[in-house]
Write a protein that binds this ligand. Sequence first.
Ligand code: PLP
Length: 390
Amino acid sequence: RPEGSPPDEQAMTQIPTKPAKPAMQVPLLDLKAQYATLKDEIMPVVERVLDGQMLINGPEVKELESAIAAYCDCKAAVGMSSGTDALVCGLMVLDIKPGDEVITSPYTFFATAGSIWRLGAKPVFVDIDPVTFNIDVTKIEAAITNKTKAIMPVHLFGQMADMDPIMAIAGKHKLHVIEDAAQAIGCTYKGRKAGSIGTMGCFSFFPSKNLGGAGDGGIVSTQDPALGERLAMFRNHGAKPKYYHRFVGGNFRLDTIQAAYLLIKLKHLEDWSAGRRANAAQYDKLLAGIDQIVTPVIAPGNVSIYNQYVIRAQKRDELKQHLTDRGIGTEIYYPLSLHEQDCFAELGHKKGDFPESERAAAETLAVPIYPELTDEQIAYVAQSIGEFYG
Ligand SMILES: *Cc1c(COP(=O)(O)O)cnc(C)c1O
């Protein structure tokens, strides 16, 4: 509620009063808890990298690329400076240019459509499936024109988009498929890993992702080693050999120190993702009786890594405030659908164009799901949600 606006009386009367002091603190994400368990392993490695001073393209970068390629069941992976740069570089390598169209979801982090826009291409939005929050595959074909070059599905919150129909449509219309797998490392669709199905998969190592770096980082996976070589060239100003430029790329490199840090964390990723799934199962059970919310639905054939546990909630904003008052961190991913963003005004969209995306933006709330959560914390969050709805 903006300052100075009148109180919402209905909300005031129905919401339980704010406790003087929360019974517990449950942050949305507790990176310090995870770091504490790894510090002894990480510090010597950081020291080794700094002592060696191979700060760019050090051996750890190649090592991480091989390890991620293997983890994602891919033939190659190429480190990038961020998830955003992974998308930008991926699109550059596929020669996406002004006038081209790329089909994607309007309900995602900004970088998905931002990367398309930055190459001068046009993001063409297709509404989401209200059950999974991923692109509605039944609506893709109607959005294809003779300018369409690629489809960029997003595997939102750690659950993969319905890839079989997407690949069938792409095959029929000769389109590339760029998986925005920034939230999806290690999750599977019918046994196949995120980033292993499309032309390429773009991952983020932003600290809040399941595999988070000590700062920004990303990687692109592919089954095509030649494409991997092109990606490696483009991330380094299109040079091969050094100082001989066949293409105009950029500086999209992943730092050695990030790669070394991520190699340590990668060993724990499976356990962390299993921990998130176990926490999700707890929530599913504890929240099952509350009619005013919908807990996440994982489509048959999918295994989620729960980068986020996102519920649909009646009176979402009031619930968020209620949980804040009780020391519980939450977040709205995402409060404004991309077709309604000011920067995309010239696409000419208006409210109502993608109703499911807009409805999701108005109704969803992410609650803490990180693997180090205790049973007591999960029970407290669930109990606080139940208390809100009486
Ligand atoms: C995090 C994220 C990105 C961007 O990754 P950065 O590393 O933050 O640049 C892109 N797409 C989605 C869906 C994301 O969640």
